[in-house]
Design a binder for this molecule. Structure first.
Ligand SMILES: [Zn+2]
Length: 89
């Protein structure tokens, strides 16, 4: 993972490009990391880390599950406050 500024810019770019939806009131499940790539920063979520699986309904598909680091999840929520009109619920 990079520093906060880097991750923040990455997430902003992904929301702008539609690669990542803005955070809404998504169902979120925490579990032990399984090595999958984080939807925010692309780094693997290691087994020693907690992973958040976020269910989203968006242009990504009827229902997609995004795996992300707990840290990235919080940055994603902060960044998403800039897109209140497009927030999904
Ligand atoms: Zn991440």
């Amino acid at each position: 993972m990079g520093n906060t500024g880097e991750i923040r810019r990455l997430i902003e770019a992904r929301i702008l490009s539609g690669q990542l939806p803005p955070a809404g009131t998504n169902e979120t499940f925490g579990r032990r990391g399984g090595g999958s790539a984080c939807a925010c920063c692309d780094f693997p979520i290691e087994r020693s880390q907690l992973e958040y699986d976020v269910e989203v309904i968006s242009e990504l598909g009827p229902q997609a599950t995004l795996a992300m680091h707990v840290y990235c999840y919080h940055v994603w929520h902060q960044v998403s406050l800039l897109w209140p009109a497009k927030a999904i619920s």
